[in-house]
Design a protein around this ligand. Structure first.
Ligand code: GUN
Length: 295
């Protein structure tokens, strides 16, 4: 079977167009959603994510307050900036780009974000609400993954979803989202990680395989069954002398191999990536609406 390639760029563009219409309507009522963005240090991947988030906000009519801080910023300075955004009525969502430099305690910083401005869904309160199935801000990458599956017509309810990776940003939240007894969920979920023995014995059972391992070629064609739906969350740079910049981006799965066996598959780039930013904007607009009492 040759897979249908899920066009994340197109799905994201459709959703952003809908969002722009909504932002325009809100602006007529004097409501301008605002996102506070904080990046500490010069990690090139984080810089490009943050630039893309800022550009997308501008295009959608969302106000963004961009803060790029040096790598030696102290935890106290960072917490003070988060507090300032917590108290700024123009800001409805706060995004602290992760990872933070090693000398900063990530959970301490995330923990200072007001839950009602936690559009990344990373604070313990939001995570807890997600686990027990209460309304909350859903973390953007997993939220985008569910949208891609649903909008590609993949049946989630009753499927066996195998997640590879147990990060707080992707693996744990996507697993928890998909096992809820809700629409676009209700799956049987298995999580594989670096401690899993014989990972292929689990991935071969997957109707839906979500890979967020952080390593190229983590999943090869011998590890999946015919007809699996594959969502590749990975973004890895591999050396490529034929490219001007000296590298190209690849995901966590052997895309060329898997596309011969899968029913649907996301490419890298152009799959999950554009959806993450889109869901951040969706959450920010939702936060602004709640704040204005029109949600
Ligand atoms: N680093 C990688 N993905 C994310 C994300 O979705 N949000 C934040 N804040 N940092 C990230």
């Amino acid at each position: 079977m040759a897979a249908t390639i899920i066009d994340g760029k197109q799905v994201a563009a459709d959703m952003r167009a809908e969002l722009k219409t909504e932002v325009t309507r809100l602006a007529a009522d004097g409501i301008v959603p605002g996102l506070g963005v904080i990046l500490v240090g010069e990690d090139p991947a984080s810089q490009s994510y943050v630039s893309a988030k800022e550009k997308a906000c501008e295009e959608a009519g969302i106000y963004s307050d961009d803060n790029r801080l040096p790598a030696d910023t102290t935890q106290e300075q960072l917490v003070a900036l988060v507090e300032q955004m917590n108290n700024d009525p123009k800001i409805h969502g706060i995004l602290v780009q992760l990872p933070l430099p090693k000398h900063i305690d990530e959970s301490a910083v995330i923990g200072t974000i007001r839950p009602e401005k936690d559009v990344d869904g990373f604070t313990p309160g939001n995570v807890g609400r997600l686990v027990i199935g209460e309304a909350c801000f859903l973390p953007c990458t997993p939220h985008g993954v569910v949208q891609l599956l649903a909008r590609s017509g993949v049946e989630i309810s009753g499927s066996h979803v195998v997640v590879v990776g147990r990060s707080n940003i992707v693996g744990k939240p996507i697993a928890n989202m998909l096992l809820q007894k809700k629409e676009n969920a209700n799956a049987t979920v298995t999580i594989c990680h670096t401690g899993t023995k014989d990972m292929a014995s689990f991935t071969r059972q997957a109707d839906i395989l979500i890979v967020a391992a952080g390593w190229p070629n983590t999943v090869t064609p011998d590890m999946v069954k015919e007809g699996v739906a594959v969502i590749d969350v990975g973004v890895n740079r591999v050396e490529d002398a034929s490219r001007k910049r000296g590298y190209r981006l690849v995901g966590d799965v052997d895309f060329e191999g898997l596309k011969e066996k899968a029913s649907v598959i996301t490419p890298v780039p152009g799959g999950v990536g554009p959806m993450t930013i889109t869901m951040l904007m969706v959450n920010t607009v939702e936060s602004a609406k709640r704040h204005a009492g029109v949600a």
